[in-house]
Design a protein around this ligand. Structure first.
Ligand code: G16
Length: 561
């Protein structure tokens, strides 16, 4: 780093002093804290984004969001050149600069990193960062801090994409780096065309008439955030989609408060804006930045819901993809021995019944720790990798190899068996690869794929929900003095620290029929999470409560909820 660069950094960084007495950490998906203490972090991550852009010679994304957290929190996530999460190799650098105590230490850390990573400032290519934010009121001033950070790297430029969903920003970064059209309009057009293609390919017997479709509206809880707004815009250009958005950001409601995918999935109760009149209807919920999607059914006469979570979405997609592949595979055997490897990735939160269901379909199911960065990486190992967390984060990744194979098959069928079932299956898979966000889990595109698959199969949400019966489960969070004292292994299924805690958990778990339980430190909130599963809801509740007490005993006084 030359003197000029050093002095620019030394001049701008004193305007963003770090908060005193707080240790910031790059968690499950970036930094997340109370918005009032985040300016210095966002400024510094702006610097990191510019450096990452120089290093990769690509466009990088910086998203200001705290996703499912309460409205007073905010956060920052980085999108790497392929649209995925920031490379894990850069996370320690993010941690270190976020916690640098003064401008000189900050510049020293940057200098050191730049040297180690061999980041060259000599080339003419400027760094380029796309900026996005969700609807949080703190977003605008944090965006300014990000811009300051980016512009304190000489030659770096930022482009403000405005209020967007997190997956939209990731999609834009990926598209830009692939030399494709990358505006919001282009995003909507891609979804529109691929969604229509899937609808056009619905088997004749399942094509409904217009009257049926009118009764078949999906009701969507937008978490009082950006996702509902974007879905409303999309539904105006998509006449094949019947949707009613509730809890958009234009209403009175507060972001993620008693609404949204996280609330619905964890509490299993109705979000605000839904009531008894919705009993039996197909309902869905996004989270605050629209990277999570869950469906649910309103129970008649109750505030409880029947949750159709990320595991069920995954199962629906897996069945659909597997069916399409089996059609192509049969035809192709004589000419081509290639068989696309379909793989499933889940976390320990996946309901045990879903994992058994998927394994019984003969599918390869892998487990990773929580965090889309881990699931995404694993899913890339397959030709078609479907990953979902139970909380509704997920997508389907298509490898270059499988896409080339599908394109070849499409050409082959066009000449020998146009409009055959085989060609339709190929076209459906190609449409899925364009509809479903290849960069990151996306509630909007996920919803469109669910809607298309349900129409394809002719299934109601009830029928979909009956694929398997979830084992009763309970999630709790326990506030502790220091959540980092819990260290886990084996995809978070075992707590290796503090010593003895896993034995205590196991001693409780064996008392319950179909008992399964694990604990892990959250990467987005200051809590330890407890997950328990058992044969009945009472047993799952009791197991979760007894393990929460164990956490409390081992880790000091806190509160469970
Ligand atoms: C983020 C991650 C998810 C993860 C979630 C919960 O989601 O992107 O992969 O499942 O945090 O993390 P934790 O249990 O560590 O708090 P989001 O939607 O909040 O960005």
């Amino acid at each position: 780093m030359n003197e000029e660069q050093r002095s620019v950094l030394l001049k701008s960084s004193p305007n963003f002093p770090p908060p005193k007495g707080v240790r910031l950490s790059y968690g499950t998906a970036g930094f997340r804290e109370d918005a009032t203490i985040l300016k210095s972090t966002v400024y510094r991550i702006g610097i990191l984004a510019a450096l990452r852009s120089i290093k990769t010679q690509s466009v990088i994304g910086l998203m200001i969001t705290a996703s499912h957290n309460r409205v007073s929190d905010n956060g920052v996530k980085i999108a790497d050149p392929n649209g995925g999460m920031l490379s894990q190799f850069w996370e320690p650098f993010a941690d270190s600069i976020a916690n640098a105590s003064d401008p000189h230490q900050l510049v020293l850390l940057i200098d050191d990193f730049v040297r180690k990573e061999e980041i060259s400032f000599n080339g003419n290519r400027a760094a380029e960062v796309l900026l996005g934010r969700d609807t949080r009121p703190s977003g605008e001033s944090l965006l300014d801090a990000a811009k300051e950070g980016i512009s304190s790297i000489i030659g770096a430029v930022s482009h403000d994409m405005g209020i967007v969903t997190t997956p939209q920003l990731h999609w834009m970064v990926r598209a830009r780096n692939m030399g494709l059209k990358s505006t919001e309009h282009d995003y909507f057009q891609q979804l529109l065309q691929s969604y229509r293609c899937l609808l056009d390919l619905i088997p004749d017997g399942n094509k409904t008439n217009k009257t049926d479709r009118l009764n078949d509206k999906v009701l969507v809880d937008g978490a009082n955030g950006v996702g509902g707004d974007k879905l409303e815009i999309f539904s105006e250009i998509c006449d094949g989609l019947l949707v009613e958005v509730r809890n958009s950001s234009k209403g009175e409601g507060i972001l993620n408060e008693l609404v949204g995918a996280d609330f619905v999935q964890k509490e299993k109760v109705l979000p605000v804006g839904f009531g008894p009149n919705d009993a039996g209807k197909r309902c869905a919920s996004f989270d605050g930045d629209a990277d999570r999607l869950v469906y649910f059914l309103v129970q008649p006469g109750s505030s409880r819901i029947e949750l159709v979570d990320g595991d069920k979405i995954l199962s629906l997609f897996a069945l659909f993809i597997k069916d399409q592949l089996s059609v192509i595979k049969d035809e192709g055997k004589a000419h081509n021995s290639y068989q696309a490897r379909l793989g499933i990735v889940q976390t320990a939160y996946a309901n045990g019944a879903s994992t058994s269901f998927l394994k019984n379909l003969g599918l390869d199911v892998a487990l990773t720790p929580t965090g889309v960065k881990f699931l995404h990486e694993k899913a890339l190992e397959y030709d078609i990798g479907i990953y979902f967390e139970a909380n509704g984060h997920g997508t389907i990744l298509f490898s270059e190899t499988v896409l080339t194979w599908l394109e070849d098959k499409n050409r082959e069928y066009s000449s020998i068996s146009k409009d055959s079932e085989e060609q339709k299956a190929v076209s459906r898979l190609l449409a899925v690869s364009k509809l479903i966000n290849q960069a990151v889990g996306d509630a909007l595109s996920g919803l469109l794929l669910v809607e298309a698959v349900l129409r394809h199969t002719g299934w109601s949400i009830q029928k979909w929900n009956e694929l398997y019966t979830d084992l009763p489960s309970r999630q709790l969070k326990v506030k502790v003095v220091d959540r980092t004292s819990v260290v886990t292994a084996n995809a978070e299924t075992v707590a290796v620290q503090p010593a003895g805690i896993q034995d205590a958990i196991d001693a409780q778990t064996v008392k319950y029929r179909h008992g399964r339980c694990f604990i892990r430190p959250s990467g987005t909130e200051d809590v330890i999470r407890v997950y328990a599963e058992a044969a009945t809801q009472e047993e799952a509740d009791s197991l979760a409560n007894s393990v929460a007490k164990i956490v409390d005993q081992f880790l000091g006084s806190g509160s469970c909820h």
